[in-house]
Design a protein. Structure first.
Length: 151
């Protein structure tokens, strides 16, 4: 009986691997999911590796400002879980516009009262522009806003 369960598990794993190998890869989506994966690992350098040098946010902040914000935010949490949803991408050969929502849940650090100030969960709406370059697709600009619980 155990052998049958192991064989089924092995077949399922092989099927998943084959499906993932044959699925076409989308470099725009991979840029976004890579940034999310790095953030979940609390790897600010990994997040910022997906941000273009000429990055601008909606308020005119540059890449250095974004890096400082990412480092502060990731440093304030012991753990993070991020989920992308409602991803819509309009792409051209050298640029793409992506709109999506992010659900964040995490455990704020119990230092300096952060655990009483920072949310354990929140939802955000993002509108980002990505550009293709020699190092792959990078986030060139971004705007974000918090969503109500009803959205």
């Amino acid at each position: 009986m155990r052998l049958i369960h192991r064989a089924r598990a092995a077949l399922a794993a092989c099927a998943l691997l084959l499906a993932s190998c044959s699925a076409p890869r989308d470099p725009v989506t991979e840029c976004l999911t890579g940034a999310v994966a790095a953030a979940e690992k609390r790897d600010a350098d990994g997040v910022m590796a997906r941000v273009a040098e000429g990055f601008r946010d909606a308020e005119g902040g540059g890449k250095a400002d974004a890096a400082a914000l990412v480092r502060r935010y990731l440093g304030a949490y012991e753990s993070l879980s991020l989920t992308l949803s409602d991803v819509a991408v309009a792409r051209g050969p050298a640029a793409a516009q992506a709109k999506f929502k992010v659900r964040m849940s995490g455990k704020p650090r119990a230092v300096g009262g952060l655990d009483g100030l920072l949310p354990r969960s929140s939802r955000w709406s993002f509108d980002v522009r990505l550009e293709a370059g020699p190092g792959g697709w990078k986030i060139a600009s971004a705007a974000w806003s918090p969503l109500d619980d009803g959205n």
